[in-house]
Design a protein. Structure first.
Length: 94
């Protein structure tokens, strides 16, 4: 089955513990979320998704914004997978 890979940078105007707890619970509730990171720089969070198609992304987006307030959500869809691995590079260890 083909999988649509999506990276979704998100920003919020809320920077408090209560909002972060709600956000973490909301993100954890979505099975299509592969990873979620708190970021430095211009975006606050990066959500990585695996979805069957654009319609599934649209449904995810609508469920996400219904659960948590975000000031910006952007989506970038992978056109081609060049490399993907879960193996950690351990050669730098002493």
């Amino acid at each position: 089955m083909p999988v649509l890979r999506c990276s979704s940078p998100c920003a919020t105007a809320q920077h408090n513990a209560q909002w972060l707890t709600r956000f973490a619970k909301a993100v954890a509730s979505f099975p299509e979320v592969m990873d979620c990171y708190r970021m430095s720089g211009e975006i606050d969070y990066l959500i990585r998704l695996a979805l069957p198609d654009i319609d599934a992304y649209d449904a995810f987006y609508k469920r996400l914004i219904a659960k948590i307030e975000l000031s910006d959500v952007t989506s970038m869809f992978a056109m081609e997978e060049i490399k993907s691995t879960t193996r950690l590079p351990l050669s730098y260890l002493p």
